[in-house]
Design a protein around this ligand. Structure first.
Ligand code: FES
Ligand code: FE
Length: 466
């Protein structure tokens, strides 16, 4: 086990000196996989939760997963637990899953439906919007309006639900929403229903799961079902495509011509937009052709659901593929949508949740067959889990040293670059906050003010929890 020292542990650091974690962040070599502690140390995992998962926008679900008022999901991220719930006005809200009385976790199932949110301990009762409406007998002057559930920032973009645990979420989400919404709109995710969902726990660090997803170098040998429809030339520079993949590349070019004509007729954008680094909400979106019949992720590429989504006029629309750092990838086809969210459980455990959405009126056994709909990604997820678990095992060996990314792994390099950018941004923010605390502390000592001392403690707690 690699032992690391967290901030404050370094002798003479003044509470926020340079640590082993900081040194490794600063020594990251672009173009190479990360050093082992990034993947296997509990200290790095704790930093990842705070600097990445509690600081950036995280994809958690689609609106179809909470179709009616009172429908909810609970999402655990590190020690945080969040309730995502549709309120009585039909708005989707997010609250910390923590009672305002003495802190008890309120909802303990992964999903369900409630009229109100009732704490099981002393029955404090909250509306789905988070207002406290009942708290039993309280002292005179008790003001219920001061004890609403603590809200979590939430954005719904084209039917995809993102939350941000930080009280100051990255504001570039608006720019990202403007770009991606037109790609999603034609698929009318709000008009879909959940046909299937699978939770797969992989014995691997979350970054290995994300890195594996960002390249298809492994697809040709590793994903026989996926490559029935997913062109194995994904990620290759057109000038660098190996000879054996040239026939597939020619089929891809022909399929793209047909796709573009169909998209133009349906008003669907298809250009690649890739802004994976240099912004808090790194993303990539494109629409690309599928192989075979070009309609869907099935073994022969034909549509899995007979009901077209939205007002689309053809199934031959390839895949609108979206990736948002750090935890989501997504494909929308003419007949169905498949979303993937990744949630870190421990330094060596990651939940991958896959959800298949079909038209809300599609009937199982009539319009779609569940096995046909889900086979490609069930198999592909299992194959990817094996790659990621073996990756984690190899990196855990003392013999591991970082290796170079191939040109077709440029998105893996971009993901790691984005990750290091966010760790550095979080570190800078924390340093600024702690320096502010120290300045105030010096001032308060000079004045001997108790009030300033309390303020200082609160600011330090805030800095340390951000
Ligand atoms: Fe929730 Fe007491 S802790 S009602
Ligand atoms: Fe894969």
């Amino acid at each position: 086990m690699h032992e690391l020292h967290e901030p404050g542990a370094a002798a003479g650091s003044g509470g926020h000196g340079r640590t082993d974690i900081d040194r490794l962040i600063d020594e990251r070599v672009p173009g190479y996989s990360l050093a082992a502690p990034f993947y296997i140390s509990p200290e790095f995992f704790a930093r990842d939760i705070e600097a990445i998962f509690a600081s950036t926008w995280i994809f958690v679900a689609s609106s179809a997963e909470v179709p009616e008022p009172g429908d909810y999901l609970t999402i655990d991220i590190g020690a945080y637990s969040v309730i995502v719930i549709r309120d009585d006005d039909g708005e989707i809200r997010a609250h910390h899953n923590v009672c305002r009385h003495r802190g008890t976790r309120l909802l303990n199932d992964l999903s369900g439906s409630v009229g109100n949110i009732v704490c099981g301990y002393h029955q404090w009762t909250y509306t789905p919007s988070g207002e406290l409406i009942s708290a039993g007998v309280q002292a005179p002057g008790f003001d219920r309006s001061c004890f609403s559930l603590r809200s979590v920032n939430l954005r719904v973009i084209g039917g995809l639900i993102f939350i941000c645990l930080s009280p100051t979420p990255p504001d570039d989400i608006d720019e990202v929403a403007d770009v991606i919404e037109p790609y999603l709109a034609g698929h009318d995710i709000a008009g879909t229903k959940v046909a299937a969902q699978s939770d797969l726990i992989e014995d691997s660090n979350w970054k290995l799961v994300m890195e594996n997803n960002r390249e298809c170098y492994h697809c040709e040998a590793g994903h026989p079902e996926l490559t029935c429809t997913f062109f194995p030339t994904y990620g290759y520079d057109p000038d660098e495509i190996p000879k054996r993949l040239q026939p597939a590349y020619q089929r891809y070019l022909d399929a793209e011509d047909q796709l573009h004509a169909n998209c133009d007729r349906n008003g669907l954008p298809y250009a690649l937009v890739e802004e994976l680094t240099g912004r808090p909400t790194g993303f990539r979106i494109e629409r690309a052709a599928l192989d075979g019949k070009g309609e869907s992720y099935t073994m022969d590429g034909s549509a899995a659901s007979a009901k077209l989504l939205g007002d689309l006029d053809t199934f031959v629309l390839g895949r609108a593929s979206l990736h948002v750092q750090p935890n989501m990838w997504f494909h929308a086809m003419g007949d169905h949508v498949v979303t993937f969210s990744l949630l870190p459980l421990a330094e060596d455990k990651t939940l991958v949740r896959t959800t298949w959405l079909v038209h809300a009126d599609a009937e199982e056994g009539v319009d779609y067959d569940l096995d046909n709909l889900t086979t490609v990604w069930i198999k592909t997820n299992e194959q990817d889990a094996t790659f990621c678990e073996r990756g984690h095992l190899g990196i855990s060996s003392p013999a591991y040293v970082p290796g170079p990314y191939a040109p077709t792994e440029s998105q893996v390099d971009d993901f790691v670059t984005w990750y290091i950018e966010r760790l550095k941004a979080h570190r800078e923010q924390r340093t600024v906050q702690l320096e502010g605390v120290e300045r105030r502390s010096t001032g308060s000592r000079a004045e001997g003010s108790r009030a300033d001392g309390i303020q200082e403690n609160e600011a330090r707690m805030e800095a340390e929890s951000s």
